[in-house]
Design a binder for this molecule. Sequence first.
Ligand code: SF4
Length: 103
Amino acid sequence: MILGEKRDGTVLTLTDLMWEPDAGWRERAACSGVESDTFFPASEEEYAAKAAKAICAECPVREACLQYALSTNQAAGVWGGLDSGERRRMRRRLRDRERRKAS
Ligand code: SF4
């Protein structure tokens, strides 16, 4: 399943998200030094996460960040450019895919 496009122009797939995260990804995070309220807004409204998603869109470690958030089941905030609802839907798709593979 194609999820989007990587910074290098290649496609981002579910398999990509199974990779072990780059151990040093946090050191290269575009959000380093940004107010945490930006990434953990008080509201779950779409507009509240807009500023965080704009930073994530330019982040060089977006894939590793998203993989970390999914693998550690981060329930709040914006990680890897996705808000909590978007990550829940992605986790659901991952689980459904695994179930189909197992059956
Ligand atoms: S993808 Fe977003 S939340 Fe993750 S490290 Fe980059 S800027 Fe921070």
